[in-house]
Design a protein around this ligand. Structure first.
Ligand SMILES: [Zn+2]
Length: 432
């Protein structure tokens, strides 16, 4: 954990303005005033200029014009000077696989399971968590750990205890898939103990048991695989998952590509559709009717298209992005709630989470809509709307800063200059 970087003291600013001796007030260790050029009120979609954010401990006490904050904050508050930067709330990625650094190639997933210990997977996750935080993502919803047991629970708890550095995490642990319908594929049937990428179930009783086990071991949400090329878990199996998860106050995220898979998951009552690649208008209308979130996850398709040379794969990537463009237009027309999620699962992808936000704007969201998807909408999907996602009193002091106007140039989010999580500077305090 990096130490707090104290830039200067609020008392210095006050004293130099008032002529009072600078030695009269002791600096308060947990009191900060972040002086900012402007910060984004995400809900209103407008900036507060010549602003400041007063932080007490982990949380925001007051945010507004510097002239007002100056009157209210204690004299010993320490100043962090970001007056040349634009501050936005810490970003949220609702679809990560922090524990996964899957090698390229057709056997990459299998090799990942076969060659790495659970201990090594946990250490990989710790590294991914740190670079994700440094990229400005102060909260993630990690939607299954791809065969690393409950290492994601351990990582989440280690971060919360200050033993590792990373975003606030909600973790889905193992996920639930139909027997034989999720990675790894092609393993010899003789290897009966070979690890699986998800917890495989068949029937409603096994589905219910899996939810109970996962929540018992620390899952914050449940992930189901509604399809994999074709529908897999039945509506009945997913309905039991939703019933059991909701009973215990957990939400359910459904991987679903196909119209039928999306329909089955929505009719089972899931809270979000992840990907939704082959959605059509009727399934989007059902998504709206059920008030479910859509987590887009199109950034890695766009990124891969930049380097992919295989014509068949390029065609698939281009078609997926084109369909997403059409469906995002329908989603905006219908008023479907969209949350940001990049789906990183390899060494090359972790820490590039902002690519998803850029991609969403390339596919039809406005920059403000894309930022909302990665802040207030994401917080709402996670049930953490009272903790994160906006710069308001009472919320965690999770802030990032960029050099310029992200509403005019959204790519600025790919190079954040400053990151604060819970009142602790992670990156880039500017010395005076
Ligand atoms: Zn995923």
């Amino acid at each position: 954990m990096k130490t707090l970087t104290v830039v200067c003291h609020f008392l210095l600013a006050l004293c130099s303005a008032s002529g009072i001796s600078q030695t009269q007030v002791e600096p308060l260790p947990n009191s900060f005033v972040v002086k900012v050029g402007k910060f984004l009120d995400v809900a209103k979609g407008s900036y507060i200029e010549d602003a400041a954010i007063w932080i007490e401990g982990e949380r925001i006490k007051e945010a507004g014009r510097f002239a007002d904050i100056q009157l209210h904050a204690p004299q010993g508050a320490q100043i962090i000077d970001l007056k040349h930067l634009t501050v936005v709330p810490g970003l949220i990625d609702c679809h990560t696989h922090i524990m996964a650094r899957i090698p390229d190639g057709p056997d990459g997933y299998t090799l990942n399971l076969a060659t790495k210990s659970q201990a090594f997977r946990a250490l990989e996750g710790a590294y991914d968590a740190r670079i994700t935080l440094e990229a400005g993502f102060t909260t993630v919803r990690d939607v299954e750990n791809e065969g690393s047991g409950y290492a994601d629970v351990a990582l989440r708890d280690a971060i919360n205890q200050g033993l590792a550095e990373g975003p606030r995490m909600q973790v889905a642990t193992r996920a639930i898939a139909a027997v034989g319908q999720y990675n790894p594929f092609g393993v010899s049937p003789d290897l009966t103990d070979f690890p699986t990428g998800a917890q495989m179930v068949s029937g409603v009783d096994e589905a219910r048991r899996a939810v109970r086990e996962q929540i018992g071991h620390g899952a914050d949400l449940i992930k189901v695989y509604a399809d994999w090329d074709h529908p897999t878990l039945t509506t009945e199996e997913m309905r039991v998952v939703v019933e059991e998860a909701h009973k215990q106050g957990r939400k359910v995220a459904a991987h679903a590509y196909t119209p039928e898979g999306i329909r089955n998951a929505l009719n089972a009552g899931v809270d979000s559709i992840e990907h939704g690649n082959n959605a059509d208008r009727p399934t989007l209308e059902l998504m709206k009717q059920k008030d479910a979130y859509w987590v887009l996850t199109k950034g890695h398709f766009r990124d891969r298209l930049k380097t992919e040379t295989n014509p068949r794969i390029r065609k698939y990537l281009e078609e997926t992005l084109q369909r997403a463009r059409q469906n995002i237009a329908i989603a905006r027309e219908l008023g479907i709630k969209i949350a940001n999620g990049f789906d990183p699962a390899s060494a090359a992808e972790h820490g590039k989470n902002a690519d998803e936000i850029i991609t969403a704007t390339e596919l039809g969201l406005t920059p403000l809509e894309a930022i909302r998807a990665a802040t207030i909408n994401a917080a709402d999907l996670m049930g953490w709307q009272d903790r994160v996602g906006s710069i308001e009193p009472g919320k965690f002091a999770d802030l990032i800063a960029v050099d310029g106007d992200p509403l005019a140039d959204i790519t600025l989010l790919q190079s954040v200059k400053f990151v604060m999580k819970g009142g602790v500077v992670i990156k880039g305090a500017l010395p005076q």
